[in-house]
Design a protein around this ligand. Structure first.
Ligand code: 0A1
Ligand code: ZN
Length: 881
């Protein structure tokens, strides 16, 4: 990889890991938050590690710091005493240890990258993961150096009445010139990436939680005063998560306070700083009037995710950033389990799987593919990926399936107990799972580690032979690793949960003398066979139930087989996945006909999917409305693009619309029945049942808009007029705008007038327009970018317009003339100059380029060449390269 100057970018390798030569016993910080700048004084008590050589050098990291003074154990040092190159500061005179005292000046107001200490709209806030702390002070800014912290913050009392940091507040006081101070102590040793400081004018919602051992914990949610009425849901979610983690994982909270702060300028969703989580407002604020069901669910999930990090991430942290999946994959799995327990387990699972299959599978098949534990990286901020989070979670889930719930719990107990207060590696996690379950640890670790080391999505091929005379079915599964995998890929342990579906429903079968409706197999070799007995009729296999492994399955299912699963599988997830598979097949076939100019494609074809759905949908809408809604949400273009070698957005969009029309046409009266219930117009309740009822109505309205646009427009207008909550309002607005129904523009104007003072709702207003699936949206986006409420320094607003256009609007983005690419390239350049992390993530939208036709590829490459020949951050440069 080359930078613009032709110098090789620095690649960091896992194999080069070296333990720190100095450990840090304690960190003392003093922040003077002054108007134009901030002064940070640090006292760091170092001790040479037992394993370090006598001539060891003390190495710290520092970036964008103005160094005012340095002293070693009381003696002032001069620049001749140390070396400082790039970000590395080195001091050879540390001997057995001592206290390093430094003072630096930093400029939070100028920090638009939102990494380190920054100030937006008067609020001081930090983001230190992964390498932001080195922008605050000189420090061993690496996750395997843990220390206790004592932090004093001094600031103007009028503009910053609230001063927060990690741990417990031990003293406060007033000082001269209208200033005041607070001192915080965090008794739990932590790495610098978990440090946090917040100072500003914030209101607070207080509540409490009594832990399982009877300790009272103060819970506090800090927001701008105007947002205090939107904190109840986050507070309830936090309390539920705290209880859940005690019950399911035996994890109890360990400080007297737990604080959440909502900030409007934030690059990610939220951050798990010890005892002081910082949240993007979009992941903490929720109110029925301003937040949709999806928004409520996201708040619940993210609050839980950050809370769960208190053990999986904070108490047991990562030795180095290569081990990121150790905290992220495991914590995502934990938050998925939690969410499944709160609302509908099936809907949770199918949403998580659709997300993984759409985005992570594509990442794993594209130019950005990497292992869950990569061997090298250039820019760590680019490694907060779907592979590490989502595929990492799937590995934890497979271990859970393989070991069983109790076995997995034994393993996690062992892991938390053994590595508490330490920085661990993936092997430690696997080792705990093995040891706690009496398994051969060496064999177990080396086998499961393959999932972490081999990039790419494995393919499992299925072959089954039924012998009528002896009622036996022989199943042969073969695994092959993707070409992304290492040169000598090894077989993976792949859990396969399966059942057998006969003509009337599920069959009970025998495997090794065990008779059951469902079996769990583990495919460990390249090829393996199993014999099932008492198979009384030729069944359709219901494979990988609940998506028991993150693989692509190659099986010779006929349309009728998939239809049989849709109708009769007892596993709801697999009913949905059969409908997804059948929809994909029909859409791809039709798109191919469009591409090849086959005229028959203009005639309506038989749709097995439409027939199967017609048969079950009315009943499903009554018995399981959430699943019924999901059945009508056909695979997105993003998902479909991953299923094809050559991606033609126009043909796929046309084919998708056509199949969707075939599916809903027979359902017109069923959609009417659903809509007649008017569940959408009832007062807001956050429950699985209420959300399911609203979701099926929203999908029904979308369907009706394709069949009877006048009737749909009337209902949408009625919802807008009567809407008791944002879920109704947003569903109506989306239907009007995305289907270009009469009154759409007026509705947009009215919505804007009503909500222009609410930033998160305004984000939705921008996003609804930027994702409208018409070619003209490009011009609309140009206008939105010039709108007085578009602010390119706010990541949420940028994602609402530019992110939605690039990632959620394939029709407009992939404009055949390349104008969509041009628009995004231009914006990327401007954003990158301010906020590299944000730009780098948006740049991922070009990752699809290899699958596009030559002309689109040429358009993209032209834009990329233009960008790469200019001044770019290392983050965005790495992504685009
Ligand atoms: N650890 C946080 C997310 C996060 C990741 C990276 C960041 O900056 C590079 C910031 C936040 C989580 O998983 O919630
Ligand atoms: Zn996380």
């Amino acid at each position: 990889m080359k930078t613009e100057t032709g110098v090789a970018a620095k690649i960091i390798y896992l194999k080069d890991y070296q333990a720190p030569h100095y450990t840090l016993e304690h960190t003392e910080l003093h922040f003077e938050l002054l108007g134009d700048y901030t002064e940070v004084s640090a006292e760091l008590r170092f001790k040479r590690a037992l394993t370090a050589p006598k001539e060891a050098v003390l190495t710290l990291l520092g970036a964008d710091l103005e160094l005012l003074s340095v002293a070693w154990s009381g003696q002032l040092l001069s620049a001749n005493d140390w070396q400082w190159q790039d970000e590395k500061w080195q001091f050879a005179g540390a001997g057995e240890g001592g206290v390093l005292s430094t003072k630096v000046r930093i400029y939070p107001d100028q920090n638009l990258a939102l990494e380190g200490l920054y100030r937006s709209h008067g609020l001081y806030c930090t983001q230190c993961e992964a390498e932001g702390f080195r922008k605050i002070t000189l420090y061993p800014d690496r996750p395997d150096v843990l220390s206790t912290f004592r932090t004093t913050i001094v600031a103007d009392k009028a503009s910053c009445p609230v001063l927060l940091s990690n741990g417990n507040c031990v003293a406060t006081g007033d000082s001269e010139n209208g200033r005041h101070w607070a001192t915080w102590e965090d008794p739990h040793p932590k790495p610098s990436y978990l440090f946090a400081l917040v100072a500003g004018d914030l209101a607070v919602l207080r509540d409490s939680f009594t832990t399982v051992s009877g300790r009272e914990v103060a819970l506090e949610i800090y927001t701008a005063e105007v947002d205090q009425d939107k904190c109840d849901h986050a507070m309830r979610s936090l309390q539920a998560a705290m209880r859940w983690d005690e019950e399911r994982y035996g994890c109890e909270y360990d400080l007297d306070r737990y604080m959440i702060v909502a900030v409007s300028h934030f690059n990610m969703g939220a951050m798990e700083n010890k005892g002081l989580n910082v949240f993007n407002t979009s992941c903490v604020l929720a109110h029925p009037a301003t937040t949709t069901d999806a928004g409520f669910q996201r708040v619940e999930a993210v609050v839980a995710h950050e809370y769960f990090h208190n053990w999986s991430g904070n108490r047991v942290t990562c030795r180095d950033w290569f081990q990121l999946c150790l905290k992220e994959g495991f914590t995502v799995f934990r938050d998925q389990q939690f969410s499944a327990d709160q609302l509908s387990a099936v809907v949770q699972r199918l949403e998580d799987v659709a997300f993984l299959q759409t985005h992570q599978f594509a990442e794993d098949a594209g130019p950005l593919a990497h292992a869950v534990r990569p061997e090298s990286f250039v820019e760590i901020n680019n490694f907060y990926t779907l592979t590490i989070y989502e595929k990492g979670a799937e590995i934890a889930r497979m271990l859970h399936t393989f070991l069983g719930a109790d076995g997995f719990r034994r393993g996690s107990d062992h892991y938390f107990k053994t590595y508490d207060g330490q920085a661990a590696i993936v092997e430690d996690f696997l080792n705990s799972m093995a040891v706690a379950n009496g398994l051969d640890a060496g064999a177990f670790v080396s086998q499961w580690l393959r999932w972490y080391r081999q990039p790419g999505t494995p393919v499992v091929s299925v072959n089954s032979v039924w012998q009528k005379d002896i009622q036996r079915l022989t199943l042969t599964l073969t695994q092959t690793q993707s070409s992304k995998s290492s040169s000598t890929p090894e077989s993976l342990p792949i859990p396969v949960r399966l059942g057998f579906i006969g003509k009337e429903g599920e069959l009970s079968t025998s495997l090794n003398g065990v008779t059951a409706n469902e079996h769990l197999l583990v495919l460990e070799q390249a090829e393996q066979s199993w014999q099932f007995d008492d198979v009384s009729q030729v069944p359709v296999l219901s494979l990988f139930r609940d998506f028991s492994a993150p693989v692509r399955v190659k099986a010779e299912f006929g349309d009728a087989d998939l239809a049989q699963l849709i109708r009769l599988d007892s596993n709801s997830f697999n009913r949905w996945s059969a409908s997804y598979a059948l929809a994909t097949r029909e859409i791809l076939a039709l798109a191919e006909q469009y591409r090849s100019g086959d005229l028959r494609a203009h005639q309506p074809q038989e749709s097995a999917l439409a027939a199967a759905i017609a048969e079950v949908w009315s009943e499903l809408a009554a018995s399981d409305p959430a699943l019924a809604a999901k059945m009508l949400q056909l695979p997105s273009l993003a998902y479909l693009s991953d299923q094809v070698a050559c991606y033609d957005p126009e043909a796929l969009q046309r084919a998708r619309e056509s199949v969707l029309l075939q599916v809903i046409a027979p359902l017109q009266s069923a959609l009417g029945t659903v809509l007649a219930k008017q569940e959408m117009l009832k007062p807001y309740v956050y429950s699985a049942q209420a959300i399911a009822a609203r979701s099926v109505e929203a999908v029904a309205l979308d369907g009706l808009a394709r069949l009877q646009s006048g009737a749909a427009a009337a209902i949408a207008q009625h919802w807008l007029k009567e809407a008791p909550h944002m879920s109704a309002e947003q569903a109506a607005l989306t239907t009007l705008v995305h289907h270009q129904l009469p009154g759409a523009d007026d509705a947009l104007q009215a919505f804007y007038a009503r909500w222009k003072h609410e930033p998160l709702v305004l984000d939705q207003w921008f996003a609804t327009q930027a994702s409208a699936p018409q070619a003209e949206t490009r011009e609309r986006v140009e206008a939105l970018l010039a709108h007085s409420d578009f602010d390119a320094t706010v990541p949420n607003r940028v994602r609402a317009v530019i992110g939605q256009f690039a990632n959620n609007n394939p029709v407009a983005f992939h404009d055949a003339e390349g104008r969509g690419y041009g628009l995004i390239a231009k914006q990327l350049l401007a954003i990158d100059a301010r906020n590299p992390q944000l730009a780098s993530r948006l740049a991922g939208a070009f990752g699809i380029w290899q699958k596009l036709d030559e002309s689109r590829q040429a358009h993209i490459l032209r834009e990329l060449d233009g960008l790469l020949s200019g001044d770019l951050s290392s983050d965005t440069r790495e992504t685009l390269s």
